[in-house]
Design a binder for this molecule. Sequence first.
Ligand code: AMP
Length: 404
Amino acid sequence: MTIRAPKGTDDIVAPTSRIWRRLLRVWDELTERYGYDVVFTPLFEATELFARGSGEDTEIVQKQMYTFIDKGGRSLTLRPEGTPSVVRAHQHADFHKVAYWGPMFRYERPQAGRRRQFYQLGVEYLGTGSPISDAEVIDLGHRYLQDVGVPDVNVALNSIGDPECRPTYQRALRAYLRAREDQLCEDSRARIDTNPMRVLDCKVCGPLLTDAPTPVEYLCEACTLHYEQVKAELAGLGVPFVEEPHLVRGLDYYTRTAFEYVATRLDAAQNAVGGGGRYDGLSEAIGGPPLEGVGLALGLDRIVLAMGPQKAAPALDVFVVVTTRALWPSARGLVADLRRGGYRVDYEPEDRSVKAQFKAASRRGAGKVLVVGDEWKAGKVAARDMVTGEQWEIPIEEVSEWLA
Ligand code: AMP
């Protein structure tokens, strides 16, 4: 009996994995161009990091964490998100712009685009409260989604205030929610006192509360100015956005800016392909020094869904066929030269007929084939275009030119 991948997890294999590889490559290059270093943090952490960093009262911490006791008796948790670890890792460092990617773990009810192991691409811009950094992060995510070809993405934007103005807003929201308590789900009722903003984020109750007071109506002067500057900066960058006054994000440590990228072609239940915000209180919440920051996380699984059916690009530029094993050393040299030249090259390791090798070439999606045969002695190879079926004899030194 074969053992299946656990519920809510996937084996991402070719050709789909080829799309993932391209997405990671674009991410790596884009974040590097925006000046972000890269960071790798543990996949498991002290449970306390998320309890304090994500918030005791969040859906993630209360219901979705993979928590276990290790052999040393410590309570550890598979990371449900990247931000607390990344902030912890940079509390005393000079690097203030960092990118990451990797798997996250949440005990969810699995469906398309909602997995128990899923993958996030994220950046954190640390050590500044400047609205320019908020706008840069939002622009970066938007740029990425454009570059990889996710159609119809809306940027939803809001400001949720700071510890100065949020209490006044929360009082107003509490009063509003109490008046409607009997319409709320059990979780939401329990949160009216502890964390009323979370109720707006509830998948069941949130959509019903269209006339709830909004944080923006209660922003203090500093938060209002910050929000105005973020919007002006986004306009300057040419990033289109829609103000979404009830957008609050599910995590406790957010201050001021909150945003989400919505792929309007996906089902509403999982059409958020990413989101983020400012979290000036997070570092202190996890026991560190004050450290301002803003960041985003994009969901790779959902990006792939939102891209729609894709024809995965061919895995190879060229396949090398050899007519007789005696010529293998020459073919091996050609393969090595082409690989060093930056081409994606492969061959058949078993002693197979030329016909079988051509079959392997098309199975692997190679657009071109080079045949090392009798002409090798005369300094030539046969070159076949697998799409048109045309074939030529070309001098070995012209192979690169032909491939290009
Ligand atoms: P969050 O960390 O909850 O703000 O999520 C950021 C992004 O990660 C979301 O917009 C989704 O694209 C993605 N995401 C979150 N949870 C899941 C999940 N269980 N399965 C797949 N993608 C997810």
